[in-house]
Design a protein around this ligand. Structure first.
Ligand SMILES: Cc1ncc(COP(=O)(O)O)c(C=O)c1O
Length: 343
């Protein structure tokens, strides 16, 4: 049984495990004040080409989102997200549990636009309703799409004009930035968004996300917020060592490239047998639409999510490739699709 369920089905890239082993008995400070975390932050700053940011190494995606969003908002303020956005659909109401409503918008492709945000602003006109203050986007999105530079610039300008905080969930930022057609770089982000995170968990780390706070007004006391939310790890060095390894050279991007290469290959091969896709996703998540009978056969040998019913005979499934997906796995999967389509 091979799993295309997620990009965190494997442990960690061997170089990361080796780095953890090599430093295992070295003593250092706790709570992210160790030299590995300091060096990792410096390296990320170098890659961003922007020294005026605060970087916090966090444990997981939900925890990063809820800590950041609740720290950035005042009690009556709310976040705006696409209906498919992770904070709206898959975080067990974590943001709401901090006291902030998440206002959702239906989208075609998982991406927010100024006009979609405007509809929320128009509706929330006075103090009898929550005040929309933060725009949550994810890149890549939960349905595999990516933001182009022009789209992000438009969002950024709109948010600035309307005093909205623009926050990017980068759980799969590596895959987004390595996708075909992407024209954004890490260096562009501090100019365009107020805060974002660089996902490690889904890109070869054992765990960990690097939150980058770009907007000065959002920086104060952030470590207090992390601690109060239970996220300040005593052994914060574990995060530092991992991010140091990911950014020491090009490992972070090499791993994302492998995930994308496998997805690209799958996409091309599935198209050859006329498979349609639910979304045009250039990243490591694909949503092919298959006959239900074929899906049932494939489930005997592969694990994947059934995403959405398309009609009475077809459903879209989600296939996620990872930094560790071998070519043989995708080749076998395609062969099995072919075999079952033509039975
Ligand atoms: C876009 C996005 N954000 C956040 C998360 C949450 O990460 P975690 O499961 O580490 O809390 C996920 C996990 O799938 C995700 O896809």
């Amino acid at each position: 049984m091979y799993s295309f369920k997620t990009d965190y089905s494997e442990g960690a890239h061997p170089r990361i495990l080796q780095a953890l082993m090599n430093t295992n008995l070295e003593q250092d400070e706790g709570y992210g004040e160790d030299r590995f975390s300091n060096q990792a932050r410096e390296l990320i700053i170098e890659k961003l080409g922007q020294a005026n940011v605060d970087i916090h190494l966090m444990v997981g995606g939900t925890q990063t989102n809820l800590t950041a969003i609740s720290a950035f908002l005042r009690p009556h303020e709310a976040a705006i997200a696409a209906e498919s956005g992770h904070i709206f659909t898959h975080e067990t109401g974590a943001i709401e549990a901090t006291g902030h409503k998440v206002l959702s918008v239906k989208t075609e492709d998982g991406k927010l636009t100024p006009s979609l945000i405007q509809t929320v602003l128009d509706y929330h006109s006075d103090e009898h309703m929550v005040k929309p203050k933060l725009v949550y986007i994810s890149n890549s999105t939960e349905i595999g799409t990516i933001y182009l530079k022009k789209e992000l610039i438009e969002l950024s300008q709109f948010c600035r004009e309307h005093q909205l905080i623009l926050y990017m969930d980068g759980a799969r930022l590596g895959s987004a930035l390595c996708s075909q057609g992407n024209d954004l770089t890490l260096r562009d982000l501090p100019e365009m968004v107020d805060a974002f995170y660089i996902g490690g968990t889904k890109n070869g780390a054992l765990l960990g996300e690097a939150l980058v706070i770009c907007q000065d007004s959002l920086k104060a006391d952030f470590r207090f917020h992390i601690k109060q939310k239970g996220g300040l790890m005593a052994k914060g060095r574990l995060l530092g060592i991992q991010f140091l390894e990911l950014f020491r050279d090009n490992l972070f991007f090499e791993l994302a490239e492998n995930a994308n290469k496998m997805a690209d290959w799958l996409r091309v091969e599935l198209r050859k047998v006329n498979i349609q896709f639910l979304t045009a996703s250039p990243s490591n998540q694909l949503f092919p639409i298959l006959p239900n009978a074929v899906i049932s056969e494939l489930q005997k040998n592969y694990a994947f999510h059934i995403w959405e019913k398309v009609d009475s005979d077809h459903s879209a499934i989600r296939l996620v490739t990872s930094w560790a997906t071998p070519k043989e796995a995708v080749e076998e999967f395609v062969q099995d699709v072919r075999k079952n389509l033509y039975l």
